[in-house]
Write a protein that binds this ligand. Structure first.
Ligand code: MN
Length: 463
């Protein structure tokens, strides 16, 4: 007992000293180095060890106090916001339309294009859900391999002309206790590499969801009520800056998004454009798609699909409340699912949206734009080893839907293929499904048909 209380008072003294030193430095500008950050995050208790939400925060520890952590978060979000495309000049946006995010409750859903040239590499990752251990383990590996500069968030520039990109497919927080640490890492990565890091928006990058599934309460616990308000406000605004869908490629393209199919948006103008890289999505032209562009697809839609799934609707956010109260129509890019069984028809789940069949996917994708050949996505995870999770575990974290035997180290990118990326192992899903490896894809672009591109599956065994 005595030894314990001695340890506690020594701990308190150290904490006190820390904050004394921190406040002596001044009220702004905490400089947290890459190595310091990775090391501190790796020492945090794992989510799987902490069944009661922990108040532990690498950010508060390194900043020295909650006050300084708040300042660091707000300043980092501010820096992040300044490099996002909403602040670029309008020539980068299709028809010169930049989202106007000044109004209360403004919605800035948009699509982004990223040109990948031959031999460019994109590292792709699925849901992180508050798992800082996996994210920092990945970055440590990237550092060892020389993909990142020494003690830096900056991607190294090799002597060759090939570029390296990091693509994250959304759902960074909730269902794991280190959402704040994950977000901070991603902001720092993006700030260090504005053109080479893309954070796609998941359905959890929405304050309606994050306030219900853990992230809001995590921030309140870590910063306290007095300091968390401003941070929650800044994060809510930050969500609007993230693209709902990213098309990567040159002649052929891969649709990278968190969820799935959205027939209300056609990327044709965006993919045609030479200078423009972004397109604001104000309307979902679903009626137009089913009536004019692809009437065949209508027959493959679920019978129970809502009216809104067939109508042209103005986007007011990632999920929109419609006529009947409590009923939501969701943006497919952020919410859509896929049927695992290749013969199963599409279904509609209230509050979630369409789970597209193989037939619906193969019909809609070329009708939207024939250059979009494949989909990389995440999202459809579960705490039970259902058919999707079983597929993800047995194919080492990147599951090529409807091609269960394509599970080698190198996957084949075929026309109409949909790849689901697994959720990090130290999230609730990973813990409950009992796997201990994290996964990232390494996409190597080639010029021309995506059938010539390479997709390698990498794992890091963590538990
Ligand atoms: Mn999701």
């Amino acid at each position: 007992m005595k030894l314990n209380s001695l340890k506690i008072s020594l701990g308190l003294l150290l904490v006190g000293l820390n904050s004394f030193c921190a406040s002596a430095v001044g009220a702004t500008g905490v400089s947290i180095s890459f190595n310091q950050w990775i090391e501190t995050c790796q020492k945090l208790p794992k989510n799987r060890e902490t069944f009661i939400q922990t108040e532990k925060s690498a950010l508060v520890d390194l900043a020295g106090s909650k006050e300084r952590a708040q300042v660091e978060i707000l300043q980092t979000i501010q820096q992040f916001s300044k490099i996002m495309p909403q602040t670029h000049d309008s020539s980068k946006w299709i028809n010169g339309k930049v989202p106007n995010l000044t109004k209360e409750k403004s919605c800035g859903i948009y699509a982004q294009k990223l040109t990948l040239n031959s031999n460019d590499i994109a590292y792709v990752q699925g849901d992180l859900h508050g798992d800082i251990y996996s994210l920092t383990s990945f970055l440590k590996k990237m550092q060892i391999q020389g993909v990142l500069n020494q003690n830096s968030f900056k991607i190294a520039t090799p002597s060759s002309l090939e570029k390296v990109y990091f693509l994250f497919l959304g759902d960074y927080t909730d269902r794991g206790f280190y959402g704040l640490e994950v977000m901070y890492t991603l902001w720092r990565l993006k700030i260090a590499n504005p053109e080479q890091v893309v954070l796609v928006r998941g359905n959890h990058e929405d304050c309606k969801i994050a306030s219900r599934f853990g992230f809001w309460s995590e921030i309140q616990k870590k910063l306290g009520d007095r300091l968390s308000g401003k941070v929650l406000e800044a994060i809510t605004k930050m969500y609007e800056l993230l693209p709902a869908v990213l098309y990567v490629g040159n002649q052929d393209f891969i649709q990278c998004c968190h969820g799935g199919l959205e027939v209300g948006y056609q990327p044709t103008q965006l993919l045609d454009a030479v200078e423009e890289k972004y397109e604001l999505i104000e309307w979902l032209m679903r009626e137009q798609f089913f009536s004019n562009r692809c009437p065949m697809a209508k027959k493959l839609m679920p019978r129970a699909a809502s009216q809104e799934e067939f109508q042209d609707i103005k986007l007011t956010g990632p999920s929109m409340e419609y006529k009947s109260p409590g009923y939501f129509t969701n943006l497919g890019f952020m919410w859509g699912d896929f049927q695992v069984d290749s013969n199963a028809p599409s279904i509609h789940t209230s509050g979630r949206g369409i789970s597209a069949s193989k037939a619906l996917t193969e019909t809609c994708l070329p009708a939207l734009d024939s250059r979009v050949k494949s989909i990389f996505r995440a999202h459809q995870h579960s705490s039970e080893l259902n058919s999707m999770m079983q597929g993800l575990v047995s194919s080492k974290g990147i599951f090529k839907l409807w091609h269960p035997y394509d599970m080698g180290k190198k996957r084949v990118l075929t026309k109409g293929s949909v790849f689901t990326f697994n959720v990090s192992p130290d999230s609730q899903y990973g813990v409950r499904c009992g796997y201990g490896f994290m996964t990232y894809g390494q996409l190597v672009a080639k010029s021309g048909s995506i059938e010539n591109w390479d997709l390698f599956v990498h794992n890091i065994d963590l538990f």
